[in-house]
Design a protein around this ligand. Structure first.
Ligand code: NAX
Length: 345
């Protein structure tokens, strides 16, 4: 076991996703069975009791990997020496709230948190933003942390969308989710996202060396190419994009365990390496025509070598896919411009 614990900060730790996250991190699900962790839980004063209660429960689990837990409402304490910052707490949209109000309210959270990360986090800090609007909140935090922390250390979570897409494909193709490789979520973590299966394969399908294209498997299963395309356009894409609303409708509450699971997948793969391509919202340097400086979901891989996620370049993007990606990117541009108008960036 490594002797020095890794500091992990969770914001919004008194909320639902925070509660679902911390026990799995303390159990070693995120950084592996050899890395002890020190948890720093950030809340606002109204959320402190809930986070304090969760900390008592963590103690009662007696996790061998959990070095210590501190609950605080001070960002400078929460981010002090942090290696992995998971920014979950955010201001939700309430009835009648305009997009500009929502962006402004979240800028008031993610700006100061970015400042604090810039001031006191570990030199090699990695940040994942879960709280919505996640991509633009990441942009705001990165701008605030600059120049102390390079902007490419800030990412946003689209792994839940990715995992949802894999789950839908696994069901229709009647294979295990682990069989499905190289699905891509492009764009914003919002209803405009584009879940793309054109590069996806079934890993070990019927002895084919490089796997069977998912598009071929769908055509086989659904009765031809046209039927497969119709299913993708009319069922799969809207269902993945609207899955959050479906969960609320059926469960009576938003996605919590699956969101926490995706955040753990995101950090674990970034730290320890990916198996094939996954999806994460990362800083664009102009790849695939996405304007530089946006935090956009791309196909990514990580070698687990400390360099973080790298965008997979050179994938073919046909006209249909290009149109969908551009629509989602236009939304990201509009969010960025709205934040600029507020004087935040
Ligand atoms: P909850 O309302 O249960 O918890 C949020 C917590 O954040 C609250 O305890 C609140 O006190 C705290 N908080 C608010 N401002 C804070 C601040 N400045 N510093 C520290 N803590 C603060 O929400 P929950 O269900 O946990 O969801 C959290 C966020 O995740 C929401 O913004 C939600 O929209 C977003 N999601 C993002 C997903 C993604 O894939 N990127 C999927 C799931 C989820 O919808």
């Amino acid at each position: 076991m490594a002797s020095e614990p890794t500091t992990v900060t969770i914001t919004g730790a008194g909320g639902q996703i925070g509660y679902a996250l911390m026990f799995r991190i303390a159990a070693g699900d995120m950084l592996g069975p050899d890395r002890p962790v020190r948890l720093r839980l950030l809340e606002i004063p109204q959320g402190m009791r809930s986070a304090d209660g969760a900390a008592l429960e963590l103690q009662d689990c007696a996790f061998p990997l959990l070095h210590d837990v501190e609950v605080t409402d001070d960002p400078l304490t929460a981010f002090n020496g942090t290696r992995i910052a998971m920014l979950v707490g955010a201001r939700p949209r309430t009835a009648g709230m305009e997009r500009a109000d929502l962006l402004a309210a979240n800028a008031g959270i993610f700006g100061p948190q970015g400042d604090a990360i810039g001031a006191v986090a570990d030199d090699d800090v990695r940040v994942v933003v879960v709280g919505n609007p996640a991509n633009t909140n990441a942009l705001i935090a990165a701008a605030a942390a600059s120049p102390d922390v390079p902007a490419d250390r800030f990412t946003a979570l689209t792994r839940l969308d990715h995992n949802r897409a894999v789950g839908q494909l696994a069901e229709v193709l009647q294979v295990g989710p682990g069989e499905i490789a190289d699905v891509v979520i492009w764009g914003n973590h919002s209803a405009s996202q584009f879940p793309d299966v054109s590069h996806a394969t079934l890993r070990q399908a019927r002895g084919r060396e490089n796997g069977m294209p998912v598009l071929d498997a769908l055509a086989e299963r659904l009765g031809g190419r046209e039927a497969a395309t119709a299913w993708l356009d009319e069922v799969f894409i809207p269902r993945v994009a609207q899955r959050g609303a479906e969960i609320i409708d059926v469960r009576g509450s938003s996605s919590v365990a699956s969101a926490a699971n995706a955040a753990i997948d995101h950090v674990r793969d970034e730290q320890l390496g990916t198996r094939g391509v996954t999806s994460a919202a990362v800083l664009s340097r102009g790849e695939y025509g996405v304007p530089e400086g946006l935090v956009c979901s791309f196909p990514v891989t990580s070698r687990g070598d400390g360099e973080g996620y790298r965008i997979v370049e050179g994938l073919e993007v046909d006209d249909r896919a290009r149109g969908r990606i551009e629509a989602s990117v236009a939304e990201l541009v509009a969010e960025r411009d709205a934040v600029r108008d507020l004087g935040v960036l």
